[in-house]
Ligand binder design. Structure first.
Ligand code: NPW
Ligand code: ADP
Ligand code: K
Length: 452
């Protein structure tokens, strides 16, 4: 966004006009949400404060009783212009009385360190006392590029992102500092490879479809049959044509539609994976970590089919150096697995996921409350706001199976990862509270149906 703004200014767009648009966009959202309720706007020393002065002026012109409290002098040219155009009084922040509505225009993308404690306390107290609260661009105190909290940050009703979403709008803990997120157009496009995960557009099988053309999936199971069964069952409900579960010979635990094959010895497994019709092979859930598991993983890595690697497969791969995985694979590490695989990379979760994908040449789904999907070519999709009830055993196995299923359907690792993660979140939303991983699978057909 910074680059896009600079490019717009270099191309002749007046910087103050951008601020007027930003302030007007914020004023419109405040007006729609809070109407004529009394309002206090907190303005900082930079351009974020300038946006606040513009919004204050425009809302007062609409008849809203507005007061403005500032944190010191305005230090940028644009913010001084905006302040001069506000013809009401400016109170000191320290003594400003609360209001029904509050706008936080203290700091935005220019924040370089935590707020002084007295300022952070004042912001928290005034926000806590307001019934309607808005943060312009970002809640003051969050670090734009990482989503870290540099000081105490209250929770706002609406965060009004200007022009484009920044990492802090999607990454935790910053993403939990507001109830709703609105992105306001300020006439500057920020073309980028980093996006919020979008709802996919799916399609029904073509009339000539048959089970192999719709995608044949193999899941290499291991010691813990439950985990690989969950993954297989999820793959079977993901839209794929057929799923083969290659276990160690225990009785099948999934639905009858799953094809249960016994491939205990690694060479048996290797032989079963030689089928050229296989459009995706998943290994990891319930694989185990012993020598037999390692030999089974070797058979999977050598099979030459598109791979999804999760759980124990990632732990085994993380034993040394950069993981060597075939190009076009998808890796689905949670935090612990990610660190074991790639070490303690610097930067935000987005930076770390992107670097990991680049290093291993595979699509990486770096899971968590905020999940980041990164492709080796730099594309990134970020998903946050999924149900926190997903933090239950086995939901990762379901995701891995879904990724394998969508990979078999689409043949495109990044697209498959995006579709699977969205469907996983949607299934969780439909499942409500206190579900178990099995319940997610039952919701997958409805999640798919709503995107057809
Ligand atoms: N053309 C554009 O770019 C547009 C930008 N727009 C808006 O501008 C925002 C970015 O503006 P910005 O760059 O002026 O930064 P901003 O967040 O207002 O604060 C920086 C100031 O605060 C200071 N400071 C930093 N941390 C501090 C702390 N903890 N405690 C105390 N002081 C601290 C820092 O100075 P320092 O002390 O670090 O030298 C500096 O003076 C962006 O989020 C959007 O709202 C829109 O108008 C659209 C067009
Ligand atoms: N607090 C949370 N909020 C939203 N999603 C979560 C949360 N915790 C975990 N998840 C999601 O649930 C899944 C858990 O996967 P994982 O950690 O591999 O668990 P398991 O190995 O038990 O299946 C991931 O998709 C992750 O993104
Ligand atoms: K702000």
């Amino acid at each position: 966004m910074r680059r896009a703004e600079q490019a717009a200014i270099a191309a002749g767009v007046d910087e103050y006009r951008l601020m007027e648009r930003a302030g007007a966009a914020a004023a419109e959202i405040v007006w729609r949400a809070g109407g004529k309720r009394d309002l206090l706007v907190l303005c900082g020393p930079g351009n974020n404060g300038g946006d606040g002065f513009v919004a204050a002026r425009l809302l007062r012109a609409r008849g809203v009783p507005v007061r403005v409290a500032a944190l010191g002098e305005s230090r940028t040219e644009c913010s001084r212009t905006a302040r001069a155009a506000w013809d009401g009084p400016v109170e000191p922040l320290a003594t400003a009385a609360p209001a029904t509505q509050i706008v936080d225009a203290l700091f935005g993308t220019g924040l370089t360190r935590g707020l002084d404690k007295d300022v952070a306390d004042r912001l928290a107290a005034l926000t806590g006392q307001a019934s309607f609260s808005y943060a312009i661009d970002l809640p003051s105190g969050v670090e734009t590029d990482s989503g870290a909290l540099l000081s105490q940050v209250p929770r706002f009703g609406i965060c009004i992102a200007l022009g484009a979403l920044k990492p802090a709008h999607l990454l935790y803990p910053a993403a939990s500092c507001f109830d709703r997120l609105v992105c306001a157009d300020i006439g500057v496009d920020a073309p980028d490879k980093v996006h919020r995960l979008a709802a996919p557009v799916l399609s029904s099988p073509v009339p000539s479809a048959h089970k192999y053309s719709r995608g044949l999936v193999a899941v290499a199971g291991g010691d813990m049959a439950g985990a690989s069964s969950l993954a297989s069952h999820a793959a079977a409900r993901s839209g794929a044509g057929m799923v083969r579960h290659i276990g160690l010979g225990q009785p099948g635990r999934g639905p009858d539609a799953l094809v249960e094959l016994k491939g205990e010895a690694p060479d048996q497994l290797a032989a079963l994976l030689r089928d050229r019709r296989l459009a995706a092979v998943l290994a990891g859930p319930g694989l185990g970590r012993d020598d037999r598991a390692r030999a089974r993983l070797e058979a999977v890595l050598a099979c030459g089919r598109p791979l999804v690697l999760d759980a124990d497969a990632l732990t085994l791969l993380g034993d040394g150096g950069d993981p060597a995985v075939p190009a076009g694979s998808v890796l689905t590490p949670h935090e612990g697995e990610f660190v074991r695989l790639f070490g303690d990379l610097p930067g935000s979760k987005i930076d770390r996921a992107a670097e990991a994908a680049r290093r291993c040449g595979a699509v990486v789904i770096y899971k968590g409350a905020d999940s980041v999907i990164a492709a080796p070519d730099g594309r990134v999709a970020i998903a946050s706001g999924a149900s926190s009830w997903l933090s239950t055993a086995g939901t990762g196995d379901v995701l891995a199976g879904l990724v394998a299923g969508r990979l078999a359907v689409t043949g495109d690792p990044f697209r498959a990862a995006c579709e699977a993660l969205w469907l996983h979140g949607e299934a969780a939303r439909r499942a409500g509270p206190a579900f178990i991983a099995d319940d997610l699978i039952a919701r997958l057909p409805a999640a798919i149906a709503c995107r057809l």
